[in-house]
Design a protein. Structure first.
Length: 248
């Protein structure tokens, strides 16, 4: 027999409505913070300005995030969610996208196409200023965003890494290569006329030659588990963005 009553149903609807209102308000605040960050830079943006732009009280912002640093971490975390979701969509459409070189190619393109993430990965001091040294931003540049050990373990288990490599062997070399492609951006001479897709292609080729076997096996059998790993990563960043945590 179903345990249902108009009262419990009404209460459930009210709870859903409250959560929806809170989520919409949080997005409005994050939209305002992102717009002001891109326009003025981290140092100049105040909570007062964000509240004014989002049309909420200053205290309302602190109901969602305890500090200014956590709010800006949430801005980046929400961008990371969008990026990871795009990566997952590509993997669903083509299992070959789970291969390390193809995943990192898409990761690079997606990150560099999103101004907030681009600023984080290229260490744009003019835009981010002291936020670059804030502990709050570290999860956005950490290895868990780049490629989790679990993901690399799935690749190794399906022969998608060189047979002489363990996932732990990539802990240093993989981020060094990938973050090098991001970090070199401000140092590139103006006459080096390379588009984003070309740069991503160079990154993919480097990773293909360095970490993968000469003949890459079918990625299909590993795709479901890899997608699960990245879906969980997306949920983690979503929780960090909206849960008022610092993501650590």
């Amino acid at each position: 027999m179903l345990n249902w009553s108009p009262v419990t149903s009404h209460t459930a609807r009210e709870g859903h409505s409250v959560r929806a209102d809170q989520g919409g308000r949080a997005d409005r605040i994050l939209d305002a913070a992102k717009d002001l960050l891109l326009r003025w830079g981290y140092r100049r943006v105040t909570i007062d300005e964000i509240a004014k732009r989002a049309e909420v009280g200053k205290g309302t912002i602190y109901l969602h995030w305890r500090t200014r640093e956590q709010l800006f971490f949430a801005v980046g975390a929400r961008e990371a969610v969008a990026m990871i979701d795009a990566v997952v969509a590509a993997m669903r459409a083509d299992p070959g996208e789970i291969a390390l070189h193809r995943y990192m190619r898409r990761f690079f393109v997606e990150a560099m196409s999103r101004p907030v993430l681009r600023a984080l990965f290229t260490r744009d001091v003019e835009m981010l200023d002291k936020f670059l040294s804030s502990p709050a931003r570290k999860p956005l540049q950490g290895a868990k965003l780049l490629a989790s050990r679990e993901y690399l373990g799935v690749l190794a288990g399906h022969g998608l890494l060189r047979p002489d490599l363990r996932p732990a062997d990539l802990d240093y070399s993989l981020p060094t290569i990938v973050f090098g492609f991001f970090g070199v951006e401000p140092l590139l001479p103006a006459e080096l006329d390379l588009g984003l897709e070309e740069k991503a292609g160079h990154l993919a080729d480097t990773l293909r030659r360095t970490f993968e076997p000469e003949r890459l096996p079918d990625c299909g059998p590993a795709s479901a588990r890899v997608i699960e790993v990245f879906e969980q990563l997306s949920r983690d960043f979503r929780d960090a963005a909206y849960g008022g945590t610092d993501g650590s």
